[in-house]
Design a protein around this ligand. Structure first.
Ligand code: PGA
Length: 232
């Protein structure tokens, strides 16, 4: 693998990731760092809006995010699936219901991320495309806060499956079986068009494209939300 890059053992690399990517980015960095121990890697974690600003200002080498920006000229490549799911507390009245309609879902109140969030943007688009509006509950700037709020009964939310793997495993949150969900999005590796990638950046790019899904793809989804497809 990556024969030509095996010799890299120095260099600095600045990677910025969406706050949702943060749930698996450290796993990728651990494998990468073991392979290239000489590369000094700096990670920035922030929301979509700020990632776009970092790209625009040429302030980082590479970005991992939910959807490439349209306002900055970039190169982008898909590296993994990013299913968005409807998340609820385990005792929610709809927790056991199959095939919940979107119009029924829209009667619920939703805990929202902040305006600059890519997750929020995707959620708003999903509802708008179906002619539905979202009943906004509280707004919060962190995935962790959203998860705790949902668990506490403040409302439902739409989140990347990557952010709730542990909660699904421990049964603290459940996904609802809503028509149209999971919303099958993808993760992208993005950099400014025309940027000359350093050898370290090239090595990271190749690594993410080739191996990220094998290391970090979420495994719980089929089991949690599609009981009919459960394997014995
Ligand atoms: P965010 O991340 O919701 O933290 O902005 C997701 C994305 O970039 O799509």
């Amino acid at each position: 693998v990556m024969e030509s890059l095996k010799g890299i053992n120095s260099g600095r690399l600045q990677v910025a990731v969406a706050s949702t990517v943060n749930y698996f980015a450290p796993r990728l960095l651990a494998v990468f760092q073991r392979r290239y121990p000489g590369i000094t890697l700096k990670l920035v974690v922030t929301n979509r809006e700020e990632l776009v600003q970092l790209l625009d200002g040429n302030a980082v080498d590479l970005v991992l995010m939910g959807l490439p920006p349209k306002t900055v000229e970039v190169e982008s490549e898909v590296f993994m699936e990013n299913p968005l799911v409807v998340v609820a507390p385990p005792d929610h009245p709809l927790a056991e219901t199959r095939g919940i309609s979107m119009s029924r879902l829209a009667e619920e109140v939703f805990v929202m991320r902040e305006k600059g969030s890519g997750t929020r943007q995707a959620m708003e688009r999903f509802f708008a495309e179906r002619g539905l509006s979202i009943r906004h509950g509280m707004q919060m700037t962190r995935n962790e806060a959203v998860k705790q709020a949902v668990r506490s009964g403040l409302g439902l939310s739409v989140v990347s499956l990557h952010t709730i793997e542990l909660e699904l495993e421990t049964g603290r949150l459940v996904t609802l079986d809503v028509d149209g969900f999971p919303d099958r999005r993808q993760w992208y590796l993005v950099y400014r068009r025309g940027k000359r990638l350093s050898p370290a950046a090239k090595a990271f790019r190749e690594f993410v494209i080739a191996e990220a899904a094998g290391i970090a793809a979420p495994t719980l989804f089929a089991r949690e939300s599609k009981p009919s497809e459960r394997t014995p």
